[in-house]
Design a protein around this ligand. Sequence first.
Ligand SMILES: N[C@@H](CCC(=O)N[C@@H](CS)C(=O)NCC(=O)O)C(=O)O
Length: 220
Amino acid sequence: MSADLTLILGSKTYSSWSLRPYLALRHAGLAFEEVVIPLRQADSKARMLAHSPAGKVPALIHSTAGGDVTVWDSLAICEYAAELAPEARLWPQDRAARAHARSISAEMHAGFMDVRRNLFMDLGRTIDRPERLAKAAGDITRIQAIWTDCLDRHGGPFLFGAFTIADAMYAPVVTRFQTWKVPLTETSQAYAAAIEGLPAMKDWRADAARETVVLDMLLD
Ligand SMILES: N[C@@H](CCC(=O)N[C@@H](CS)C(=O)NCC(=O)O)C(=O)O
């Protein structure tokens, strides 16, 4: 089944949205081909549009007997992976926990604009800009409160005990906090270590380190 999956990704150094389905597919044990499209190049948009009607990454192409299924949007791809591999339990088994996991995943997906605007993902460096942390302070506090609540309830090491889509959704934030040297509580540090310890996360970082396109998104 799974050799028929192709995941279209942005630059691994910068594409926070792409990291989410990558981790979910890897956790589900689904084999997939990768196509990495470097972000912000002259041909990036055309290359993305060739795979996804939204003209963005990530996108998943599933070749099936009935034709290609295209899934775009990081959360939709994670949901699709959960359906392809139910045994991987990409959502918590308990209904209340699952509702909680979906709520915090949606909160991440639709919100935290101050973190997004000020603390972009860049796996290639660390950045000392305390004024940007101040602009994102409310989001940083809320995200750590979400993590602490989940880890207290379920005992870690991941938000709902075992790895779920909620962790895939928050993994890019873990890297953003590291890049921007966000001071973390001990609980958040332990959570960040669990995410960074995932073999898939290590592979992603290793691939990012080999990328040659360098973007400077620090505009002010
Ligand atoms: N809601 C989408 C957002 C995807 C998105 O904005 N991707 C960025 C890269 S991380 C992108 O494709 N940017 C290129 C563009 O907008 O031209 C998702 O979750 O997949």
